[in-house]
Design a protein around this ligand. Sequence first.
Ligand code: ATP
Length: 362
Amino acid sequence: MSIIATNIKKTFGAYTALEGVSLNVPAGKLVALLGPSGSGKTTLLRIIAGLEFADEGSGRIEFHGEDVTETPAGKRGVGFVFQHYALFRHMTVAQNIAFGLTVRPRKERPPQKEIDARVQELLKLIQLEDLGNRFPTQLSGGQRQRVALARALAVQPKVLLLDEPFGALDARVRKDLRRWLRHFQREIGITTIFVTHDQEEALELADEVVVMNNAKIEQVGTPQEVYDRPSTPFVIEFLGNVNRFAALGHPLHGAGSDVLYVRPHDVDIQRDYHGEHGIRVRVQHVFSAGNYGRIALIRADNGETIDAELSRVRLAELSLQVGDEVWVVFRHIRLFPAGAFSERDVATDDAIPATLDAGRGI
Ligand code: ATP
């Protein structure tokens, strides 16, 4: 079931929550709506669900080519899971999962045996086969969210909409659940839209990431595309750590203050450097827990900080100490003209252009 949203506008009084947003979700894909708080993600999701409607006369929502713009939520065939597991406390896990089926009018309700079988199947799917008789208070937060998902799936929705479903969970459980969800979504192949403000979650989970900012979509692409080829400064800054420098007087782009970005893992540190592109820096801090070492460096020429990320092996080779004077070389940079939101990529795999070296002032 594909989903197409076209030119969706939504205002709340004088406030514009969505400014003509269009989105195309191919059937069976898992798409993440990613953006900071207030960017319009939830509003867009609720409009797709039919829990909210676009402004009068604007926009169109299609499910599998069918216009559902005016169709109420109950008739759209969507399964919805929110951040706060809204399980019924007085019902067992099995009763919670069965809820959507048991409340159907008698004529549409499957026989009890069929409902029981469906619940068992879903309990297996969410890997909680033995917990059907427990009550929600006897489950962990992660288990409750899996039950909420099973409950949403019980009525066999055509589309699954998830609004920060793991937002209330701790980091470890979140990570496990997101892997589980990805696996599970692929297995059943249901078209899924997932709202998150956590870039790592979006990049790890989604087939496509929709980056939202200020009521608009900034970029749509695979995780690799949005990370490696960000189309706006907002996207590069939002997706992970990045060093940002004012690049004055770049000869390729004329005068003016362009902005240059370098990811910490594209900063190489060298003890001895004899090329023209090195920047002299002093080691300020070395943090080496985990797989990577993170190093804060201070530029000798202007005191700016540069963050670098190196493998543990490379870090050990360099045996960096606080106060050491070393060189950095950028492996890959991105340059955006000041104030403009069009990107000009001057990335190079060899070394940075001579014009960007320390002497010319980045
Ligand atoms: P978050 O991550 O914080 O949930 P979001 O990107 O999902 O943010 P939305 O919930 O879509 O953002 O809200 C977008 C903007 O619209 C916010 O500024 C919010 O205050 C406003 N808004 C949302 N719903 C309403 C409403 N019912 N009435 C008035 N303003 C609203």
